[in-house]
Design a protein around this ligand. Structure first.
Ligand SMILES: NC(=O)c1ccc[n+]([C@@H]2O[C@H](COP(=O)([O-])OP(=O)(O)OC[C@H]3O[C@@H](n4cnc5c(N)ncnc54)[C@H](O)[C@@H]3O)[C@@H](O)[C@H]2O)c1
Length: 459
């Protein structure tokens, strides 16, 4: 079959893989190639064991793989044949040199740009899919313009707003698509080509066109605002625990205000994921680099509150369990940073587990999808950790259970059975407020929800 256009995506990760699968599904006349330097990842994308777990992803992949969606490690040919290149490589926080711990590490981006120059033989549109610091396109253009082949590259910003755990739904029904370009004739023409992809299934009015810099910065700002809501409600959860106010009631009452809205107002053990912390720190770094100290301090506090929330959770466990958890067994239910994903990047569970181990507890971990990643995260420090594939086994003979991820299946567990297999007094720390606390109390647990009065049997 002759395809109308060749689209390439460089980076077959949590964003590249699902995004291109949905584009392939909705645009059968386009050929979509997804390439990655990680050969193993590509092998998994071509198997029945995809490297990313997302509800509905496998079904989409099965419909299009081998038809108009192809996963390969042949980056050279992929670039050569492409009309449009989406770049969706990772942009983690820098761990070295200037800006370490704050700025974005753009080395993967720069390497990709050089590869694009090396293998291109004609003009192309380059689409920034990764989340990047504002004005990255300018640096990118400077690199791309350094080619001696007289090839023209038009850079477009098209940040991704999908949320892990609901990626397919988010891609099929996004709130908006953002496309930033230079406001030149060439820029607007190239932006239109990207708009044409999305209008295959997304109403035109949901597609926002902006200048390049607004598009780049909007993505950082959107993540900063979302994280800000979580830190805001988490900070109030601490106050609730001191005052007998109830954080769920507060979230409900506050979220009913139509100016505020109910989403992202659930208190928890803190936000995780590969994006929020890195994107806010990047925003802080950019603000500081322009001398905007107050702006930088303001956004940095969101990350500090998140760390405080994680610390607070561990502190509460130790304090309530009579100031020692040494040689006590703590069962951790949920290691992923959120439900419906196996991703554990920046998961609060990593910090919490490490702290419990420092207090010399024995830890057993159950998670329906994230055990393999948990093993990688805790490698070298897990001699007192057991990874379980059965929650009942994880809880057996434990002194306490800590709920760290809001998996639906935790609500359906037989807590009577769990209670009878645990050491007494049995504690449960619900870091996501997903369980029925009154029932647990009736069973015999001492229950510590987050941001609410504890229900204990102690006099
Ligand atoms: N994960 C999310 O929920 C999410 C949501 C929106 C935006 N983003 C942004 O999207 C980008 C990608 O995130 P992700 O979660 O998919 O990352 P990821 O680490 O899962 O995937 C990135 C992939 O790029 C590959 N790669 C790196 N350098 C390469 C090169 N030179 N050539 C070919 N492949 C290369 C890596 O091997 C990796 O498989 C980041 O900038 C992130 O901030 C992520």
């Amino acid at each position: 079959m002759k395809f109308k256009k060749n689209i390439l995506c460089i980076g077959a990760g949590y964003v590249g893989g699902p995004t291109m699968s949905v584009i392939a599904l909705k645009c059968p006349e386009y050929k979509i190639n997804v390439v990655d330097i990680n050969k193993n990842r590509i092998k998994e994308w071509n198997s029945d064991n995809l490297p990313v777990f997302e509800p509905g992803l496998m079904e989409v992949v099965k419909k299009v793989r081998g038809k108009n969606l192809f996963f390969s490690d042949d980056i050279k040919n992929g670039i050569k044949k492409a009309d449009i290149i989406f770049v969706s490589v990772n942009t983690p926080t820098k761990t070295f040199g200037e800006g370490a711990g704050m700025a974005s590490d753009l080395q993967y981006w720069e390497k990709t740009a050089h590869e694009i120059i090396k293998y291109s033989e004609r003009n192309k549109i380059i689409v920034e899919k990764s989340t990047l610091p504002v004005r990255t396109a300018q640096a990118l253009e400077r690199i791309l313009k350094s080619n001696r082949k007289k090839i023209k590259f038009e850079v477009i910003s098209n940040p991704e707003f999908l949320s892990e755990g609901s990626a397919i739904k988010d891609l099929l029904e996004p709130d908006r698509i953002l496309i930033g370009s230079h406001q030149t004739e060439e820029g607007i023409k190239s932006a239109q080509e990207i708009i044409d992809i999305y209008t295959h299934w997304i109403p035109r009015e949901k597609i926002i066109s902006t200048n390049l810099w607004s598009s780049e910065l909007s993505k950082l700002v959107a993540n900063a605002f979302l994280a800000q809501r979580i830190s805001s409600i988490n900070s109030i959860s601490a106050l609730c625990e001191k005052t007998d106010a109830d954080i769920t009631e507060i979230s409900y009452a506050v979220g009913k205000d139509s100016r505020i809205g109910p989403k992202f107002l659930n208190a928890g053990v803190g936000f995780g994921g590969s994006c929020f912390k890195k994107d806010i720190l990047n925003l802080v770094y950019i603000a500081r680099s322009y001398g905007l100290e107050e702006v930088a301090d303001y956004w940095e506090m969101i990350v500090k509150i998140n760390q405080y929330q994680e610390r607070r959770f561990v502190h509460r466990i130790v304090k309530e369990m009579f100031n020692t958890i040494s040689e006590k067994k703590i069962a951790i239910f949920g290691f992923a940073f959120k439900a419906n994903t196996g991703d554990t990047r920046e998961s609060p569970a990593i910090y919490i587990t490490k702290k419990l181990l420092e207090e010399r507890a024995f830890v057993s971990i159950y998670d329906p999808k994230a055990i393999d990643n948990a093993k990688i995260d805790l490698k070298g420090i897990d001699s007192n950790v057991k990874y379980e594939i059965d929650p009942y086994k994880a809880a057996k003979n434990s002194n306490a259970i800590a709920i760290l991820t809001e998996w639906e299946e935790f609500k359906k567990l037989n807590f009577k059975r769990i209670y009878s297999s645990m050491k007494k007094p049995a504690f449960i720390f619900d870091g996501r407020n997903i369980l029925n606390h009154k029932n647990l109390y009736k069973i015999g647990f001492n229950v510590y929800p987050l941001g609410k009065t504890a229900l204990t049997h102690f006099k």
